[in-house]
Design a protein around this ligand. Structure first.
Ligand code: FDP
Length: 443
């Protein structure tokens, strides 16, 4: 079946792309590869990263810098074998239905790039090179700090010695590194060159829809420190009744949350640095945001409105089960894909949230005040939740969540307002108005 992105089949029955990372060590290649994989999987595009370093570690678990000297024949052989094993695995994975394979390695010479093209294209897979070039010392240093503390190559070693060795390794790569098309003879390659993580980009010969989607996403990434805060609206009058959807105002306790939110945010931000606030267009989120400081910019997004329950809007789960028992059961069986009659599925919500994610990636500090289903979808993007898990993640009312992107994942902190609220979480099969207790996990 043709893969689908944003609900549209991508061009051709068998679009398969090998995204080949290029660049010196400590240039954020793995960060970019991981993010691209996460984004694509969130959009239901089968994507997988093949990290050549992981293959190399089988034979050379903790090599010193001289292993990476190109005059070291043994090192060269081992590295070549690791690249071959990674690409062979990737090609097998493509045969089993993979769509975007990401080859995470330095691929820093023209010869290596030529080899990858020959190997991969002969199997009918297109190649998109993504080079991360960086001469910003601060960024490089941050990456070196990260590597020396997190890389299995230096596990158990003195961090300072590790940093020195890693710098030496980089120098060995620098001796042979050629930026893509630096000599003008790689002009026929399809590539995206990102300088200093987004300050400048060069795009060459991007061919199809899916390639341009990947490129557009990567162009919007930045690595300046920032966080994203998520909160549901305060408890609503319909939440009290256990009714879904609608456009009700806040309950008394919901109003209390709205009043407490500015302090909760301030405690979490740790300074009066302003945030940009995004709400949905529904009353309950706008009311929740209304006591936030005036110097916070506020924006309403239709895309942040709650999952549309169609004919079930305003009903309790018990009423849905009574009137549409087959629908109730179908939703429990496949909650991600179930679309309410005349309404939406979680999959539909992810599709309409895609521009929000893109905008989030471009932005600095943002506070989003939205709804249970929408927050689950955004949370799934940052925390890599599967489609089976995400529609069931508990997202309690009156709780602020802070997500901070880090090199290899997202850090989560939660802040409880300590204002009571009903539970709107519902377990499989249940028709309870307010199910309690709510399982651990999520917020
Ligand atoms: O997908 P489920 O678990 O039904 O949760 C979504 C539901 O959560 C609710 C509350 O029950 O969201 P919210 O109060 O955040 O607007 C409903 O409006 C919505 O239909």
């Amino acid at each position: 079946m043709a893969p689908k992105i944003n609900g549209v089949g991508v061009s051709g029955e068998d679009t398969r792309i090998c995204v080949v990372m290029v660049g010196l060590p400590a240039r954020g290649k793995s960060f970019i590869a991981q993010k691209a994989q996460r984004y694509l999987k969130w959009l239901s595009v089968p994507a997988k990263t093949f990290n050549v370093g992981n293959y190399r570690r089988h034979d050379a678990p903790q090599p010193t810098a001289e292993f990476f000297d190109t005059t070291n024949a043994e090192g060269e052989r081992t590295r070549r074998a690791a690249a071959e094993a990674a690409v062979a695995d990737m090609l097998r994975w493509f045969k089993s239905g993979g769509v975007i394979g990401i080859l995470d390695a330095t691929n820093s010479t023209k010869e290596r790039r030529k080899w990858v093209i020959d190997r991969v294209q002969s199997e009918g897979v297109d190649v998109l090179f993504v080079e991360s070039k960086c001469d910003d010392e601060e960024l490089i240093m941050a990456n070196i700090r990260d590597v020396k503390t997190t890389s299995p190559d230096y596990k158990g070693q003195d961090p300072e010695k590790a940093a020195l060795d890693f710098r030496e390794r980089i120098r060995n790569y620098e001796k042979v590194y050629k930026s893509i098309n630096a000599d003008g003879d790689e002009d026929d390659l399809t590539y995206l060159k990102i300088m200093n993580v987004g300050k400048q980009v060069i795009i060459n010969r991007i061919r199809d829809y899916l390639q341009s989607r990947i490129v557009y996403y990567l162009m919007n990434l930045h690595i300046r420190p920032r966080s994203v805060w998520l909160s549901r609206h305060g408890e609503s009058m319909l939440n009290l009744e256990g009714r879904i959807g609608g456009d009700a105002g806040l309950s008394h306790r919901g109003e209390e949350y709205a009043l407490k939110l500015p302090q909760l945010v301030l405690d979490s931000v740790g300074s009066d640095r302003p945030l940009t606030v995004w709400t949905s267009t529904l009353k309950r989120t706008i009311s929740t945001a209304r006591h936030l400081p005036k110097h916070y910019n506020q924006l309403q997004w239709k895309a942040l409105d709650e999952l549309d329950a169609g004919v079930c809007d305003g009903l309790t789960y018990q009423e849905i089960n009574d009137i549409y028992p087959e629908d109730f059961q179908a939703r429990d069986e496949d909650k991600y894909n179930y679309r309410y009659r005349g309404g939406e599925s979680y999959r539909d919500v992810v599709i309409r949230l895609e521009p929000i994610i893109m905008e989030l990636e471009r932005s600095e500090d943002i506070l989003i005040i939205s709804h249970q289903a929408v927050i689950r979808c955004i949370y799934a993007y940052f925390m890599q939740k599967t489609q089976e898990e995400s529609p069931w993640v508990p997202v309690p009312l009156h709780t602020l969540m802070k997500l901070t992107p880090r090199a290899y994942g997202t850090e989560l902190q939660t802040y409880k307002a300590n204002i009571q609220a009903v539970s709107t979480w519902r377990g499989k099969g249940s028709t309870a108005r307010h199910e309690d207790p709510v399982p651990e996990g999520g917020l």
